[in-house]
Design a protein around this ligand. Sequence first.
Ligand code: GCU
Length: 665
Amino acid sequence: MQGVDPAWLPDEAFRPIGTRRTLIRGSGPLVDTVHAEVAEACVRFGGSVSRDGTLVSCAPYERYDLVLELTGAEDGGGGEAFTFERGDGPATVTASGGSGLLYGLFHVVRLGDTAFQGSYGREEHRPESAVRMLDHWDNVAVHPVMGQVERGYAGGSLFWQDGRARGELLGRVRAYGRLLAACGINAVAVNNVNVHEAEAHLLTDRIREVAEIAGALRPYGIRTHLSVTFAAPMVLGGLPTADPLDEAVRGWWAEASARAYAAIPDFGGYVVKADSEGRPGPFAYGRSHADGANMLAAALEPYGGTVHWRAFVYDHRQDWRDRTTDRARAAYDHFTPLDGEFADNAVLQVKHGPMDFQVREPVSPLIGAMPGTRLAVETQATQEYTGQQRHVCWLGPMWSEVLRFRPHGGADGASVGELARGGLVAVSNVGDDPFWTGHPLAQANLYTFGRLAWQPHADPGRILDEWIGLTFAPGPADTRLHAGLRTVLDGSWRTYEKYTAPLGVGWMVQPGHHYGPSVDGYEYSPWGTYHFADRDGIGVDRSVTTGTGYAGQYAKVWAEVYESPDTCPDELLLFFHHVSYGHTLQSGKTVIQHIYDTHFEGVQEVEEAREVWASLAGLMDPARHARVAERFEEQLRSAREWRDQINSYFLRKSGVADAHGRRIH
Ligand code: GCU
């Protein structure tokens, strides 16, 4: 589409298909999409496409190079799996559902010319997670503090402008859907989990706007979901209560859901943030979260919809002097007693860590502790705490670590990726920015999330290579460009970790907007986000023996590892323990020297990455290069600020000099 950054689907990526002869068999709306994609590529590159034997554009060939075949009757159902093979004849994709055929087409796009060279035995591809979802935190209107997209760093909303649906710009939404399908996403929630006044109406009198968005995403196999407020029966329906066991309330939700499905037959369902950071919820009526979620599940059930009920429930008004309350414990304490009580179409959506998307957190102990509940695991592609898309921070390795983590230990125990039976969700990092994500390299996070959601055990490095190959160098690989991009992105998460809050303790950010350092910014706040640094040491004692007991929420194998500072992994030490500055890490360094060293190293790594980036000028679209170069200046300024504030703070607290005598202020 004109004026829209092609991201990982540049025209060139379709050359291998567009120069060849393709046969498409089958019918239905998603097969139409597949056909349109191939036909457009053929117009551009001179190949041909036939459909069910009807030659659409003539070519002097006798046989086909690619056959895309729907084996099921229609493409409405039939699943997302596909097969790929190539012997002596054409490369062949078969699928029993239209989505499968579409995913098969994008598989061939990823393979490029290699799809048509050599032979491939029959390969079966199917997503390991049935729901691969992006949650947009978009508001219809611009919020006075948060802007239009809460925690959005890529401009305004993709979906709304000036308080209305971007009717004339739905082409961009469609282009977005296309990019999402090409990395495997199949669900999008279109509005903020904090549902304000205007957005509440999307469920009822503004449902047509949601239907328009759904219409633009549907051709790419994406179902649309909506965040709703638990108080909707009161706010929208004028009822005196939102009690989930009240018959009138249940009736209201049943009717609202019926109307939503009348407008959007394949509507995905609701996302709900309840009793969390001031949002309304079932606690007000003495009801449980299972009561709340199940009421909505019942309203959606006749239509095959799902409620994604978020587990982000904690006391955001705690007294910092109260050492008995530990925010990290909250989700587990609230939800594990409810295991087995949630309806089949209620999914409990759990943030991957117990706090809030910090650069390093342990895996939430809730995952693995609710065998009788469908869980979805929520990650954050939008870089709220990881540089706000002004810093390069490729999150693939972090997500991969989380997805591979085995809450019950052992090689046989299920991994987080396997336990997320309700799906994998990321908060979207996209807005109306010309590069979609503000920082062009943040596109890699979106792509990586989709591919990991499809296959949680995939090697993130291989996904990064795939993204680089598609986005920057389709065709014969430009090794210098590829290697440069790899260098800049590969270690960027660990670099970010080095120059920000140390050893898993988190936060130390400016309150409110969360950008840039403020070591004590949250120390005396009600948010439950403390580091407890004093002149002797730092960290939160979450052990069972002497601390908050949080470590005991894990299965024995991990509880034991985390319980003692001697076995706790260095990168999580201050999350689990309060230790002295002289405490020796497993790395052999003291905590204080680790803090100094990592902060100097982190800045140095940013300087090096900036140089590498500069050396890539001329190897790509100049606008893309310039945008990243500009962001690197800010990243470096900010990384130095982090280094200097953190190092100075801890020098002043501890009085321990840097062993290498470097300048600390
Ligand atoms: C974070 C974020 C909020 C968001 C919340 C959530 O706290 O800062 O903006 O609303 O997470 O996930 O609900």
